[in-house]
Design a protein around this ligand. Sequence first.
Ligand code: BTN
Length: 253
Amino acid sequence: LEGLQTKRMGQHIVHLKVVDSTNVVAAKLADEGEPEGTLVISDQQTGGKGRRGRPWFSPPGTGIWMSLVLRPQLPMAHAPQLTLVAAVAVSQALTEVTGSQAGIKWPNDILFDDRKCCGILTEMNMESEEITSVILGIGINVNQVRSDFPEEIQGIATSLREITGHPIPRASVVQRILEKFETLYDQYVENGSFACIRDQWKKQSITLGRHVSAATSRGIITGVAVDIDEMGALVVETEQGQQKVYSADIQVS
Ligand code: BTN
């Protein structure tokens, strides 16, 4: 990445051809003491992981499959907010790269026209209640065409190439994401609160104002998403009043 304008993010890059999951490799490197900002990126993943144990389709050469090692000084309860901070950075970067507005579907998807082109999977390493590292995994469909996607996701997935109508060099996307993310991450960690990112999150959101259905551990919460709180929870106006969703997969309609 020539001319990368960051202090830490992506200053050490481990580039692999094929790997099971970049999150797994990054976690191992983090355990071995790799510093914050180390980037693991692979041309292909054979066991790409999505949220909730789902697989993440990661064919060779067409996407960005990458993981960053982070070492935030944060209480454990704040770790999910890193996904939100990353989503803002990716959404801003992809909007700039494509010239089309990308949007965040809470908590971790980046969409164009309601089709997903990027997912984020954050995993934590802990030692006696302390975060030792967080692995921020980002998967972006860049140069796939519709028929490259498995049939079952053809109706819901998209790529940057589909959005712009032409192939996009992956390195330029990676670089922009690293630069955006470092700025937001530093701001967030210094502040110690998601509150300082909240306005930017709202600007990139396609979730607020929409009807959502969230499968939570307390059951299904449905209503209109009206806000995001200072912890990053989604505030949903339901028939029983406002309810907060801290962790869930949501459907937006
Ligand atoms: C999701 O939307 O369910 C999250 C998808 C995260 C995929 C990325 S690709 C790079 C990193 N390595 C993995 O195994 N998963 C993440």
